[in-house]
Write a protein that binds this ligand. Structure first.
Ligand SMILES: CO[C@H](O)c1c[n+]2c([nH]1)[C@H](O)[C@@H](O)[C@H](O)[C@H]2CO
Length: 448
């Protein structure tokens, strides 16, 4: 068997987010988040599931860290619940909430696991939503203050910070499509939200630099590789527009200081100008230390005049394999994305901050044989290996997810974890993929 050896300092990790695993939604002074409100609204979430208990990680974090140690993780990426720190989004600090994360970080460090903190993974304090949420530019300053509380408390212990997780999803699923909290369907508002999120990213990076903290700071974007279904002009134009919509709308401001021209013009013609203030784009495009990439699948695009979105239609080849989310399994897309980012956007270090798959895992006699997840991960690890061999500075990889958890509008119906969670008993069981990953980490290589 051939072994593909990864660089000695390559970081193998796994990722979660606060609302998806913590539970304790109203405990120890935590304020309501927009996801508490959204999941408590009947009909929004599959089976009317909520994150009220989730994986009960708020009480079981020590057990979960032991499982991370058993797998052998180098690093663990998690997010902080803003309303657990500032119940009203601003003002008084909830010390019990802050203490939870201080203890979590200390226990991770004691276990030899590097903590990577995502400041915002979608759970905005409801009190701020009642003032307009991310559509209100004031939210930006409250986000900076929230970040400063965490930098002050944890800045000396945590060496890697992510400002936002997937501002594209926050903006376009939360404020345009209405599929995510706060459930608004207003594309013009979504464009202002996207801009305000980017400005908040810029101001937090600026604050991080002013505090002269020793770690690194970056942003995580959901990115995909976009391909035209044919060589026809129409299909290629549709694919280019999709590239601007799904990737460029955030990559271009962060790394080029401007929005993608063609789509920006389409939006301005349709919705008028959004509020962009002097200096915003310079703030947004100031230097960051790394880019986090969440990759799950590719986009294969053709032109369809009847499509509801600017003639863009996604094609799903019948011959491809798909996950339980109905996402095409396309590992080569990760290689193509990584090389494109390095060639067209940045020479900065890249981290795969999320990649993984949901499959219909079954637990039988205390074991979960998730060979499909092993195959999925192995093929995507190979794509990362190829990119590194081609000189792309990929520094680490975080499997989504450490454990099965609350999959947003799908509730608990989709399992992405390396660890199986029985939600009736909260019993954790390492899946076969966890044991396979344990060996990959131990050997820092994959066998092909
Ligand atoms: C197209 O997939 C997105 O990039 C994406 C996939 N995922 C995500 N973003 C989120 O960051 C996670 O909270 C989800 O649990 C995870 C799995 O759905």
């Amino acid at each position: 068997m051939t072994k593909l050896q990864f660089p000695l300092d390559f970081v193998w990790g796994s990722a979660t987010s606060s609302y998806q695993i913590e539970g304790a939604y109203d405990e120890d002074g935590k304020g309501e988040s927009i996801w508490d409100i959204f999941s408590h609204t009947l009909g929004k979430i599959n089976n009317n599931d909520t994150g009220d208990v989730a994986c009960d990680h708020y009480h079981r974090y020590k057990e979960d860290i032991e499982l991370m140690k058993e797998i052998g993780l180098d690093s663990y990426r998690f997010s902080i619940s803003w309303p657990r720190i500032l119940p009203n989004g601003k003002g008084e600090i909830n010390q019990k909430g802050l203490n939870f994360y201080k203890e979590l970080v200390d226990q991770l460090l004691e276990a030899g696991i590097e903590p990577v903190i995502t400041l915002y993974h979608w759970d905005l304090p409801q009190a701020l939503q009642e003032e307009g949420g991310w559509a209100n530019r004031d939210t930006i300053k409250y986000f900076v203050k929230y970040a400063e509380v965490l930098f002050d408390e944890l800045g000396a212990k945590v060496s890697q910070w992510i400002t936002h997780n997937e501002p594209w999803v926050v903006s376009f699923l939360g404020y345009a499509e209405g599929e995510h909290a706060p459930g608004i369907k207003d594309r013009k508002q979504a464009l202002q939200v996207a801009h305000n999120l980017l400005v908040s990213h810029g101001l937090v990076v600026k604050k991080f630099r002013e505090l002269d903290l020793t770690g690194d700071i970056g942003i995580t974007l959901n990115l995909t590789s976009v391909y035209s279904y044919s060589e026809t002009d129409k299909d290629q134009e549709a694919a280019q527009l999709m590239e601007e919509y799904i990737n460029g709308w955030f990559l271009d401001p962060v790394f080029k200081g401007s929005y993608p021209k063609k789509l920006a013009q389409i939006y301005e013609n349709q919705f008028g100008k959004i509020d962009i203030q002097a200096g915003d784009m310079d703030l947004i495009s100031q230097e960051i230390d790394f880019l986090g990439i969440n990759y799950y699948s590719r986009a294969l695009i053709n032109y369809n005049p009847n499509s509801k979105f600017y003639g863009i239609e996604s094609i799903k080849p019948a011959e491809s394999d798909y996950t339980a989310m109905n996402w095409e399994i396309y590992p080569d897309g990760l290689y193509d994305l990584l090389t494109k980012l390095n060639q067209e956007y940045t020479n900065k270090p890249l981290y795969i901050t999320e990649n993984g798959a949901a499959f219909d895992d079954q637990i039988i006699a205390g074991q979960v044989n998730d060979q499909r997840r092993i195959n999925y991960l192995k093929e995507h690890f190979k794509s990362v290996y190829r990119a590194i061999q081609d000189g792309v500075p990929v520094r680490g990889y975080y499997v989504w997810s450490l454990m099965d958890n609350f999959e947003w509008a799908y509730g608990y119906s989709k399992r992405f974890g390396l660890i199986y969670v029985d939600y009736n008993t909260q019993k954790r069981t390492l899946k076969d993929s966890a044991y396979w990953y344990q060996q990959v980490i131990e050997e820092n290589s994959i066998g092909i």
